[in-house]
Ligand binder design. Structure first.
Ligand SMILES: OC[C@H]1O[C@H](O)[C@H](O)[C@@H]1O
Length: 263
């Protein structure tokens, strides 16, 4: 998503030496994503995700991690110059948590802004994640698993965001689908930011579109307020729900209202 909006983007990842791995590398090249640190291995097959979309556009995903679980702290260290010189680092949990934590720590020690998406959510997340990242962005089910708060509406999202903030996270965003998101930072506690309502055809990857767009704004328009960045990222994520597919439903810069891409 960040690359489609025009940010200089790189991935650190592990793929199998197979059809999916080759296609994924090719996809990165087509989108001008630096794949220097995307390595292929013979030790496992590429990770795949089988996705089912219901008639109302909601999705269920079965992840087979494969080579993702071979991405190691050594791989993070091999990419340390890339991470040190980045403006924003995005991490999640489809690789070993210790690998993501190592990357977040590296970012923190080099004053690189980091966004942590605890997806898929795991119970007993290492509490160091909360202080290692600058922003934690979780959807309803992820925030619920991490806090024990069932999230059904804006109020419960505010409570979960507060609890995540109390765990040590500087900035927390809890997304609540078409109801928007809740932002909790020291200056803005429990601020509800509404989202555009669209007829969803396929919500798959909407969270990825949202986080990729946030990373784009932070990296390329650092003076844009966080609230405005969230509003714009919500619009972009909503657009991605209007067509089928995941990355192919993400709008590129030339498909967006130019006002979304100017200060
Ligand atoms: O592509 C949709 C989802 O499947 C993948 O496994 C990622 O989790 C992503 O959010």
């Amino acid at each position: 998503m960040a690359a489609k909006l025009g940010a200089r983007t790189a991935m650190v990842a592990k793929l199998g030496n197979d059809f999916y791995g080759n296609n994924t590398k090719e996809n990165f090249k087509q989108h001008e994503v630096d794949d220097t640190h995307v390595k292929q291995t013979d030790r496992d097959s590429s990770g795949v995700a089988s996705i089912i979309v219901s008639e109302d556009g909601q999705n269920s995903i079965v992840i087979v991690s494969g080579a993702n679980l071979l991405l190691s702290e050594d791989d993070v260290h091999a990419a340390k110059d890339l991470i040190r010189h980045s403006k924003v680092l995005v991490c999640q949990l489809e690789v070993p948590p210790s690998t993501s934590l190592a990357a977040l720590r590296l970012a923190k020690s080099n004053k690189v802004y980091s966004i942590f998406n605890p997806a898929p959510a795991i119970e007993n997340l290492d509490p160091q994640f909360y202080t290692a990242c600058d922003m934690l962005c979780a959807n309803e089910s992820e925030a619920e698993l991490l806090t024990g708060v069932p999230i059904t509406d804006e109020q419960s999202a505010k409570l979960a965001a507060k609890k995540l903030h109390e765990k040590g996270c500087d900035t927390v965003l809890v997304t609540i689908g078409d109801k928007g998101s809740v932002l909790h930072t020291s200056g803005q506690e429990g601020l509800h930011i509404p989202a555009d309502s669209v007829v969803a055809v396929d919500t798959t990857g909407a969270g990825d579109a949202f986080i990729g767009a946030l990373a784009f704004y932070k990296a390329t328009m650092p003076t844009l307020s966080l609230v405005e960045s969230v509003k714009r990222a919500s619009i972009i994520a909503a657009i991605s729900c209007k067509s089928r597919g995941t990355q192919c439903s993400f709008p590129s810069a030339d498909q967006l209202n130019p006002a979304l891409l100017t200060l």
